[in-house]
Ligand binder design. Sequence first.
Ligand SMILES: *Cc1c(COP(=O)(O)O)cnc(C)c1O
Length: 639
Amino acid sequence: MAKIGWNVESANKLYNIDKWGVGYFFVDNEGFMVCSPHKNKKQTIRILDVIKEAKESYDLDTPLQIRFQDLLKHRVVSLNEAFHKAIGEYNYKSKYMGVFPIKVNQLREVVEEIITSGTKYNIGIEVGSKPELLAAMSLHTNYESLIICNGYKDIQYIRHALNGRKLGKKIIIVAEKIEEIKSIIDVAKELNVVPLIGLRVKLASKSMGKWATSSGENAKFGLSTVDILNAIQLLKEENYFDSLKLIHFHIGSQIPDIRVITTSVREAARFYAKLIKIGCSIDYIDVGGGLGVDYDGSRTIFPSSANYSLREYANSIVFGVMDVCNEEKVKHPIIVTESGRALVAHHSLIVVEVFGKIEKINKLKDIKINEDSNKLVKEIYEIRQSLSNERIEEYLHDLEYLKKQAKTLFDLGYLDLQSKAIIESLYWDIAFEICKKYNDCDYIPDEIKELQNSLSDQYLLNFSVFQSIPDNWALGQLFPIVPIHRLLEKPNYKATFGDITCDSDGKVNKFIDLQDVKDAISLHNINGEPYYIGFFITGAYQDTLGDLHNLFGRVNEVHIFLDSDEEKGWYIEETIKGSTISEVLNVKQYSTEDLVRGMKKQIDFAIKSDIVKPSEGMKLLSEYEKALDDYTYLKIKSK
Ligand SMILES: *Cc1c(COP(=O)(O)O)cnc(C)c1O
């Protein structure tokens, strides 16, 4: 039901959707969140429709992860076009070749989509381990594109890479330390192939924010200037000088400030130029990842934001490299980027259902006060009766004082449960009334803000923070969170979230805001119908980092494709069923057979001992067996 003064624009503004949604996500005229994978307002997908279709046609419940494959394609094209444009505008004399760092999302369908939609741009793959390399080698069929091998390497890792060279793949092994160069040379001699070698340089330029430690002089990775000269010496001695083809740096993920990128690119370009001048035949400069995603939509240097666009990013890299090369009078190198987050973050979201709430305002049914009531009870009752608009802050201070007194009395044994309940009930009641008076004020004093936050309810969500948004727990990273429907109704409740793990860290109590961070999110009342919350921009890193806390497993997943032949304009191309209970138990070494055998033994014993009837016993066993095939999350009662 639309309320006067509240409309789509209000919802947009409250959740800042237009800003972080960058055209991919917005609210339609009927108050539903929609995805527009190509930023085309005529081709939209209602997220609630996807939830319904997943349930009705595939029996897949929430929590549900939704991937928009066309959005992924749009990201790949946008990144490449941004560089092509910059190269054209600046008249840069070489080209751009992106590689996708597979660690950011290793799901086969994601990697395949990126490779397919990036074929015409020769998009390659960046790997950091043997498993990643083996996956990449099989998927990589466009031999014009690169495979870049980062991370620490043993002999086997190097061997796999050089085996790929034998097939004619452009696999570049980036040395993180000098010993790796020795190993590369040894294996190359043994296999009789010409390796392509890169050097990771340790830049002095430092990143900022949550991922800053990948850079600077104390970074875990990379070669110092002395190391680089020693490496070159070694390559020359062993006759592999011409194998040095690339210089690389990576100063950290989610770099919020474009100035950091500009500075580090120029520093790396200087290394490139000086190396060319001493005779190296380097072809590529690889500027790593770090391209930021504006999760809160504030366009600032806040850690969950970025103060630049894709276009500005491409421009500053192309221009920076070119400017340094022109100054130094060396040829322009091929520019490689390893953007992961910016390619995959937007394409995926997770939808979870609210299954209850813990309310602060919890009124005792009938409050009776009489002569004999406790003095504190009488005083707080007095405040409730005389509450008026004037002197409201004074009431607040009295109220806080009474609350403290009540705690002391209870601790000393002078307050009975009934009086304590009356005091608490009146406290929240008065607090609510005080906050209400500030509802439509432009300026809200800090102590009222604090009170407002303390009044917020806790909405309980059927998911695990640790499985689905681990960076929120581990790093305090913010993701945009919005109810996916009812956005024509004004959300009148302030709330935080609790998940279903038995862990007090399983909560979300920081939310995006244009200014700073909000301590509560505005939500609707729960009205008996399912109420769904979307966690957006979760396509980067979260899937892989997610863990099995409390044995809540992988969530159900659907992949959506646009298709104009379909009546709705889209279809579910693929479904991946979330983990079953037996699957997560197997990971921890409980074999299904053993579990069932263990139960059967106990049930047989119970039957023999006449504790249960045989038919009952058999029913118990069959229920246990069936339950092992269930989803690990709560089955919320149908309403
Ligand atoms: C993680 C990583 C990336 C990806 O960084 P994003 O910020 O996600 O683009 C790129 N290169 C290297 C070496 C990495 O370790």
